[in-house]
Design a protein around this ligand. Structure first.
Ligand code: IMP
Length: 195
């Protein structure tokens, strides 16, 4: 079976994609690859970071690989926090610090439109391919729900009444930015492998 490397330590992300690609690829995460160092992600766009991480893996291993990067883009904040979503409230901040900061910034702002955007960079046979997934929605005024992570408790996707943190994880995965980008990657790999 063909091997493909995924620049993640997140077992949940890995299992999800491995279960879909199981007949086509053996997907190897950073733990299995023995890569323990932090992979640099210092670009100022999601595309740049996804590419930087994929390039790093390709340079190290020389095999097909992919990497993703995600951000929350808030319309009234001109797309912030975007690529800086993980560390919006500071270097070692928690998810709730980030949520608190964004709620404060939007305190007196009517426009609550926001979107999550994921970009995946795939390097296949030495060629780069990009896949994007977007989910649009609104940010509410205080957190609701215990599931998920990050900004999930304040984000309601358009067409729904629950936050990402209130809805079943399967439903979130089906409609989410990451779900959509991953589906595009999977469709591409399936077509490429002739399945
Ligand atoms: P990453 O690129 O997947 O590491 O995501 C960067 C940051 O974006 C995370 O640390 C979270 O703050 C936020 N984020 C990414 N995906 C989600 C999501 O599905 N829900 C809520 N926040 C997310």
């Amino acid at each position: 079976m063909k091997k493909i490397a995924f620049a993640t330590h997140n077992n949940h992300k890995l299992e999800e994609i491995q279960s879909i690609l199981k007949n086509m690829y053996h997907v190897m995460g950073l733990t299995e690859l023995g890569i323990t160092e932090e992979i640099p992600e210092t670009a100022d766009t999601l595309e740049g970071n996804a590419q930087m991480k994929a390039d790093y893996l390709f340079d190290r291993l020389g095999i097909d690989c992919f990497a993703d990067d995600t951000g929350l883009e808030v319309e009234a904040l001109h797309g912030a926090p975007g690529v800086y979503s993980a560390r919006y409230a500071g270097e070692h901040c928690s998810f709730s610090d980030n949520v608190e900061k964004i709620l404060k910034e939007l305190e007196r702002i009517e426009n609550r439109k926001a979107q999550f955007r994921t970009v995946i960079c795939l390097i296949l046979n030495g060629e780069k391919h990009f896949f994007e997934g977007i989910v649009t929605g609104e940010l509410i005024k205080s957190s609701r729900g215990e599931k998920g992570f990050g900004y999930d408790p304040i984000f309601i996707p358009n067409g729904y009444s629950e936050t990402f943190a209130e809805m079943p994880i399967d439903l979130k995965n089906e409609i989410s930015h990451r779900g959509k980008a991953t589906q595009k990657l999977i469709d591409f790999l399936a077509k490429f492998s002739g399945i």
